[in-house]
Design a protein around this ligand. Structure first.
Ligand code: BTN
Length: 252
């Protein structure tokens, strides 16, 4: 817990204002409440332990104390609502790229839309939630959860999940991971605010281990061929037709 409290190297705007909880229900819930007020863009909520952490698709996100990095950032982009969809992809890519700057870790990949993986196993995920007003975006909360220091994967997920420590073969400091993420995520969000998904798209395609595989998403089955300019996963079905999916769990 002390390691999180002593983290003192925010970016220019990202993490400049921050709240650190020993325990909370969900940092996304805390950040949403702050965002509904006048908390500025970049405000970060960190927690050593979440008692009701949330993942995508209504799943629970388990954060054992001392082990995980669980944080949420308030982001107030000026992009219109209809261009917001690829933001979770941009965040997943930035986190994966940040982890690659830590010495001794195998290269990370991204499973569409935004699971961060090491050697095919999930090490972290991103949960983006937004409040919209017509076509404008009032606020976005970007939640990131990473299994950092655990000596074993979360219980029951041994086959599909891992931790940074297991990937590296030795301990990893949470402030060092946070430094790396802020250094990569802040410019990625600046670029997204100005140019949208375009600056991240090629790097994401190169890192996305979903591409080239036969998968099923939201009832659509096919070869994952591409990630579109709008962030959609582009699938080639058995009839040779092209289908685009915008959300859902990839299986296969
Ligand atoms: C997923 O892979 O399903 C997304 C997981 C996101 C978990 C993070 S932990 C910090 C923030 N607070 C939450 O309740 N969820 C996100």
């Amino acid at each position: 817990m002390d390691d999180l409290r002593s983290w003192v190297t925010p970016g220019i705007w990202l993490g400049r204002g921050r709240i650190v909880h020993e325990e909370t229900r969900s940092t996304n819930d805390d950040a949403r409440a702050l965002a509904s007020g006048d908390a500025p863009s970049g405000t970060m909520v960190l927690a050593d332990r979440q008692t009701a952490g949330r993942g995508r698709s209504g799943r629970a996100w388990i954060s054992p104390p001392g082990d995980n990095l669980s944080f949420s950032v308030i982001y107030r982009p000026t992009v219109p609502q209809h261009l917001l969809a690829p933001l979770p992809l941009v965040v997943g890519l930035a986190v994966a790229e940040a982890l690659d700057t830590l010495e001794g870790l195998p290269r990370t990949t991204v499973k569409w839309p935004n699971d961060i993986r090491i050697e095919g196993k999930k090490v972290g995920g991103v949960l983006v939630e937004a409040s919209l007003r017509g076509d404008s975006v009032a606020w976005v909360v970007i939640g990131v959860g990473l299994n950092v220091r655990g000596l074993r994967p979360p219980e029951g997920l041994e086959e599909i999940a891992t931790t940074l420590r297991l990937g590296r073969g030795r301990d990893v400091s949470r402030p060092a991971v946070l430094d790396a993420i802020v250094a990569r995520l802040e410019p990625a969000l600046d670029a997204f605010g100005e140019f949208g998904f375009a600056p991240s798209r090629d790097a994401l395609r190169a890192r996305c281990d979903t591409l080239g595989k036969v998968v099923e998403v939201s009832g659509v089955r096919g070869v994952a061929e591409d990630i579109g300019v709008d962030g959609a996963l582009v699938l080639r079905n058995a009839d040779g037709g092209v289908e685009r999916v915008y959300s859902g769990e990839v299986t296969g």
